[in-house]
Design a protein around this ligand. Structure first.
Ligand code: MG
Length: 259
């Protein structure tokens, strides 16, 4: 039987934030996975080991695939600290990305601080801009520098703090698209969920999205621009908002309990 739905959810601030709500959502998602009607993707800026520990300690649901480091790495079960990212995706991205050139776009930006080494990989160049005199202005300057090279690179600006330079073909949205195509999933039955700007690519790529009530204004603004019907703005925050949205799109059967 083909998978009926694909749900791709961000982790931090989308699934996490309310443990009781996450436990309830995780149990409902697990039921669908066991029935074979759900393919669950966790789509995150985290590293794999932080996802694996989150499954043990934070109640993250067991997924069918994990996108790490903002969609530059894809992992499939069995998930462990020894897991290697999917080779086909890695090689596709390596063909267009030069780490040295990506770093060169950041030169001389006042107040910029590189993120810790573990978040800077062969396919992801990441810094913090919250120490800049004008973080949005600094992000705009970096975008301007990258623009002539947009065939190879893209800029993701998120939370007024995190800026990533990624391969043009990567990002959360395109990584999910790759999984949908390579796994034979139905692209018309994908629901995404998120809370910040680094989730925007998922919303642009797919027809149905859930914005949790605690979402940052950058994602709310994008959601509004995509128009009615495509995006559901939950009244509740965190996992309760995801659950509400999945009921709205009828991935989960509606409950009468509300909040
Ligand atoms: Mg988030």
């Amino acid at each position: 039987m083909p998978m009926r739905w694909t749900v791709a959810s961000d982790v931090d601030g989308t699934l996490t934030g309310d443990r009781a709500a996450l436990d309830r959502l995780a149990a409902r998602l697990q039921k669908l996975r066991r029935a074979g009607t759900l393919f669950l993707i966790l789509s995150t800026g985290r590293r794999l080991e932080q996802v694996v520990s989150g499954m043990a300690e934070e109640g993250l649901p067991e997924p069918d695939a994990v996108l790490c480091q903002v969609g530059t790495e894809i992992y499939v079960p069995p998930l462990s600290l020894a897991s290697r990212p999917l080779g086909a995706w890695r090689e596709r991205l390596l063909a267009e990305y030069s780490r040295d050139e990506a770093v060169s776009f950041l030169e001389g930006i006042e107040g910029l601080v590189m993120q810790p080494d573990v978040f800077n990989t062969e396919l992801k160049t990441s810094c913090f801009l919250d120490g800049c005199p004008d973080p949005d202005g600094a992000a705009a300057e970096i975008r301007r520098r990258v623009e002539p090279h947009s065939g190879a690179y893209q800029v993701v600006w998120s939370s007024g703090r995190d800026l990533d330079i990624l391969p043009a073909s990567s990002g959360k949205g395109k990584a999910i698209r790759f999984l949908v195509e390579s796994r034979g999933l139905d692209a018309n039955r994908v629901v995404v969920a998120g809370d910040t700007g680094n989730d925007a690519a998922m919303f642009e790529q797919f027809g149905m999205g859930v914005v949790v009530a605690n979402a940052k204004s950058e994602l709310v603004a994008l959601a509004q621009s995509l128009g009615e019907g495509r995006v559901y703005r939950a009244r509740q925050p965190y996992a309760a908002g995801v659950e509400e949205g999945l009921e709205h799109f009828r991935v989960l059967p509606a409950t009468s309990s509300g909040a």
